[in-house]
Design a protein around this ligand. Structure first.
Ligand SMILES: Nc1nc2c(c(=O)[nH]1)N[C@H]1C(S)=C(S)[C@@H](COP(=O)(O)O)O[C@H]1N2
Ligand SMILES: [Mo]
Length: 257
């Protein structure tokens, strides 16, 4: 098998396993042991994929000729809050990415700070679970450099990304989009906090002023409008406790491709 057909096979195998588990979801989850079995199965998918794929492998990269003329946008297209509108009006000068949680050195990074950090430019394919893909060129600060700069504490296992878009209709109980990666994905050389798309500052629809690119993951992992990064040992304390907005609605936490 070639590397890419092997990866496709693994993705399919993992999807089949998850689908098999989900098929019995309603019935199983009514009994007390169900949730543990489900969690166990998801952990197994993650472990199996870890064991048989090389976690240091790079996602495929493409050429300028492959870049789509317009990068399709999905999910929130504009956070549309007074706060966000004010940032748009001031060219995101006051936008900060707050790095908190299990760190010795908390950071508040402006877009200019991010632009001054070691960066990477990569032409990659974005795969959305809704069934579309799009190739674009992303430039951003290496997330590994940000994490190292923040001096993570020893027990850090996951990195959580907090976003500015409220997914709830109820302004009194906002539910901001969020996502998370394990430390291996977070430290991967193609994982960046992107500020440019196709050589220009990110459009609002694609997550201005900064969004995550974790190129070996499905689209929903790529948090847009990032204003916070939190280092944690687990995410039980955050919203639904599943590590992401879509995960809280039932998507798999492990979204490796
Ligand atoms: N903050 C935030 N990030 C998000 C989403 C969102 O709704 N809000 N949607 C996700 C999904 S499902 C996809 S496919 C990609 C879409 O990124 P794009 O708009 O640049 O295509 O962003 C992901 N990140
Ligand atoms: Mo998506």
């Amino acid at each position: 098998m070639t590397e890419s057909s092997r990866r496709k096979f693994l993705a399919r195998a993992a999807a089949t396993m998850s689908a098999a588990v989900l098929a019995g979801c309603d019935k199983i989850s009514q009994s007390t042991w169900g949730p543990n079995v489900l969690r166990g199965a998801e952990q197994l998918t993650h472990m199996v994929q870890r064991a048989i794929t090389n976690r240091h492998a790079l996602a495929p990269e493409f050429t300028k000729a492959d870049i789509a003329p317009i990068f399709r946008a999905n999910g929130t297209l504009n956070p549309d809050s007074d706060d966000y509108d004010a940032h748009v009006a001031t060219g995101f000068r006051n936008w900060r990415v707050a790095v908190r949680g299990l760190v010795h050195n908390p950071l508040d990074l402006s877009v200019a700070d991010l632009r001054a950090m070691p960066s990477r430019t990569q032409i990659t394919r974005h795969d959305c679970v809704e069934g579309w893909s799009c190739i674009g060129e992303w430039t951003g600060a290496l997330l590994s450099e940000i994490i190292i700069k923040a001096e993570p504490k020893r027990h850090t296992k996951f990195v959580v990304f907090h976003c500015a878009d409220n997914m709830s209709n109820d302004d009194n109980h906002p539910q901001f989009y969020y996502e998370s990666l394990d430390l291996i994905e977070a430290m991967h050389p193609q994982t960046i906090l992107a500020y440019d798309l196709n050589g220009k500052p990110l459009p609002v629809a694609n997550g201005a002023p900064v969004r995550l690119r974790a190129e070996r993951q499905l689209g929903y992992k790529m948090a847009k409008y990032v204003n916070g990064i939190e280092l944690v040992t687990d995410f039980n304390h955050i919203n639904g406790g599943k590590g992401g907005y879509w995960e809280d609605q039932g998507y798999n936490w492990w979204a490796g491709i």
